[in-house]
Design a protein. Structure first.
Length: 482
């Protein structure tokens, strides 16, 4: 059976009941409409659900899941579809449940620095809702203007500013979760937390334990002062050494990002910030905190960069220049279309001190497989994002991209790192899970999943290797997908 097709056609009586629960206008069944939902940002593999259901609230989600559970129908949750590991790919799954209509910010509690937001709320909307009061929501994925909170929780999303402030799990205080049988439960973290951290268990579970319908998130006070620096280097290796030098000096920037020469060319063409086109790499270093002492920190960062070979270090002159610099970084993925018809975004982690080694290995892999590879990095975290450029109409090149991707992630493991930092496993990295974890650890993960999702109806065929899910997940057949 083709993994991209549902095992059986969804019975008419279930379709009718789904329409009755959410309304006919919140159900998509036509092929033209389903085409939109055949993949997320991982476009190398595609599959369409038979039906997409868009509940408006938690009650509707609960009733939908109760119906599906009683009939043994598997389903896949989907947020904004900005993920890049195939986490919401409907492999042999007839029903997709989207949370995009659940967009209410239920409450804002500034004295306690928290807000309760529904799963479909766009990440950036949380910060905008409290900006005038001097607060913001810290996790900032590059897709924050489109990605939703439910998806952020599923993937434990990060972003440039996680170096200092942490990833999604560090900012979630509670979750409203609908279990696969329709039961609604609330998981909370108290000030004096005791017992198991079930909020932490669900965050990063990639939608395999249930459907998150709302989250209580932590709000941060905006820093008094911010300084953003751009350091220019001849190559990635030199820039990587500067990253270690900054941290070794006892400085923890809010963000410490790297872009290589290929990325610089693309973003400069797209946004015209003023990046030097002959640079091999640049670091974006952001410092925040009290205004007193910030200038001294900037001087220390500048000295650390110059000591490792930076040809230039400059500070954003004002808020407008800072905004343009971050626009260039966060929209770099979109600028890649200037370099190739398609690209595959990889996501791995190595210890910071080994960034020069992984950069060299990525270059070697690219050369051996005759591929151009651009590099974006959350360098302060050791979180790398190689962008493998290719022509999606060239079947041989697509095959080389898949092989090269695996080799890069295997190199991350060999250097003491991991196969994902923030993009998740989804279907893309299933084949590497047995290399990343022992059989005992994988068995423990499967046991944990069964407690929440005993019938494996909620997002099956994801996260854990296929032999623990009774289905073979094959590499995608080569076809256009960029």
């Amino acid at each position: 059976m083709d993994a991209g097709q549902a095992a059986v056609a969804l019975p008419h009586h279930i379709r009718k009941k789904l329409r009755a629960i959410v309304g006919a206008d919140a159900v998509i069944e036509e092929k033209s409409g389903l085409h939109v939902y055949e993949c997320d940002g991982y476009t190398l593999q595609k599959a369409s659900p038979e039906i997409v259901v868009l509940p408006a609230d938690t009650s509707e989600v609960s009733r939908v899941l109760a119906l599906l559970s009683s009939n043994g129908v598997p389903f896949v949750p989907r947020g904004a579809g900005t993920g890049v590991s195939g986490g919401c790919l409907p492999l042999e799954i007839p029903v997709m449940l989207g949370t995009s209509r659940m967009r209410r910010i239920r409450s804002i509690d500034l004295p306690n620095r928290r807000a309760v937001v529904e799963a479909g709320v766009v990440n950036l909307s949380v910060s905008r809702a409290v900006d005038d009061e001097g607060y913001y929501y810290a996790p900032d994925p590059s897709s924050q203007s489109a990605c939703s909170i439910g998806g952020n929780v599923a993937e434990n999303s990060g972003g440039p500013h996680t170096l200092k402030y942490g990833v999604t799990v560090n900012h979630v205080l509670g979750l409203e979760l609908v279990l696969p049988d329709g039961e609604v439960i609330n998981l909370e973290r108290g000030d004096q937390e005791t017992g198991y951290d079930l909020v932490g268990v669900v965050t990063g579970s990639e939608g395999t334990l249930g459907v998150v319908t709302a989250a209580t998130v932590r709000l941060n006070v905006k820093p008094q002062s911010i300084a953003t620096l751009l350091a220019v280097f001849p190559d990635i290796t030199t820039a990587s050494r500067a990253v270690s030098a900054i941290i070794a000096d006892g400085i923890v920037p809010a963000a410490l990002e790297m872009m290589d020469g290929l990325v610089i060319q693309a973003v400069e063409d797209a946004y015209g910030f003023g990046f030097p086109r002959d640079a091999g790499a640049v670091l974006i270093v952001e410092l925040d905190g009290l205004e007193a002492g910030l200038d001294a920190l900037c001087s220390r960062v500048s000295e650390a960069c110059r000591s490792k070979g930076a040809s230039e270090v400059r500070r954003a002159a004002d808020e407008k220049e800072r905004d343009l610099l971050w626009k260039s970084r966060k929209r770099a993925f979109g600028a890649m279309g200037r370099l190739a018809p398609a690209y595959c975004t990889q996501d791995g982690v190595v210890p910071r001190s080994r960034l020069p080694e992984i950069a060299e290995r990525i270059a070697e892999v690219g050369k051996r497989h005759r591929l151009r590879i651009a590099n974006l990095m959350h360098a302060g975290d050791g979180n790398i994002h190689p962008l493998l450029l290719y022509d999606d109409k060239d079947e041989d090149e697509v095959a080389r991209v898949l092989t090269a991707s695996d080799e890069i992630l295997e190199a991350c493991l060999a250097l003491g790192g991991s196969i994902t930092g923030e993009h998740g496993i989804g279907v893309e990295k299933l084949g590497l899970m047995s290399s990343a974890f022992t059989d005992e650890t994988l068995d423990a993960m499967a046991d944990l999943r069964s407690v929440f999702n005993g019938d494996n109806l909620c997002n099956p065929h994801k996260l854990l290797p296929s032999d623990r899910q009774c289905i073979e997940i094959r590499r995608p057949r080569v076809r256009g997908g960029g």
